[in-house]
Design a protein around this ligand. Structure first.
Ligand code: FES
Length: 203
């Protein structure tokens, strides 16, 4: 596989073909915030916090750096006014859905301590909906015990009935959970002890 050369925030970086702009930035020590990215998982591109500006053929556009492949001669800027503006709005939206988690520290770096958006109802335990637990369970553990349910504002992470018994002992996805939602769900299931099912009497 060949090597490509690109520029990020004025720094020239050589990196293998097939890597992403996020990989190239990390290689150069340039920090780009991420939420749904994990090096062991397939690129997902859901949270858009890793947004950067790219310039190609004299045209500029915003892309998710965790999904965008490196190209020879690409010019990348990670801190433009439009990148910052969008990123701040995404962080505020995230805080309105999920007021706790590691992303709160990220928010502080951008000077955001509260969201101007209405706080969503999060009765039990907040969730950033990054999807890392779902993907970790599917892609790494191959258990398919964690899933998303619902759409739009009702979207939530849930354990798959009948399969998620494995979660009580596995707990491998706890390390990728930003806000602690999956820990809450697994503990809740563990606390519910059902009496063993009795075989039905034949009529
Ligand atoms: S980290 Fe790139 S879209 Fe979430």
């Amino acid at each position: 596989m060949g090597t490509v050369s690109l520029t990020i925030d004025g720094k020239t970086i050589q990196i293998e073909e097939g890597k992403t702009v996020l990989h190239a930035a990390q290689k150069a020590g340039i920090e780009i915030p991420t939420l749904c990215h994990h090096d062991q998982l397939e690129p997902y591109g859901a949270c858009r916090l890793c947004m950067v500006e790219i310039e190609k053929n004299n045209r500029k556009k915003l892309v998710a750096s965790c999904c965008y492949p490196v190209e020879n001669g690409l010019i990348v800027r990670t801190k433009t006014d439009s990148v910052d503006k969008i990123r701040k709005m995404l962080i505020e939206l995230l805080l309105s859905n999920c007021p706790s988690g590691e992303h709160v520290e990220m928010a502080k770096k951008y000077g955001i301590t509260q969201s101007r958006f209405k706080q969503a109802d999060t009765p039990e335990s907040p969730c950033s909906l990054c999807g890392l637990c779902v993907r970790y369970c599917n892609e790494i553990k191959k258990e398919h015990a964690v899933c998303f349910v619902g759409r739009g504002v009702d979207r939530a992470v849930a354990l798959v009935p009948g399969v998620s018994d494995v979660c009580k002992t596995c707990r491998a996805c706890f390390s990728v959970c930003d806000a602690g939602k999956i820990v809450y769900l697994v503990d809740m299931v563990q606390d519910i002890s059902c009496p063993p099912l009795r075989p039905m009497k034949k009529q």
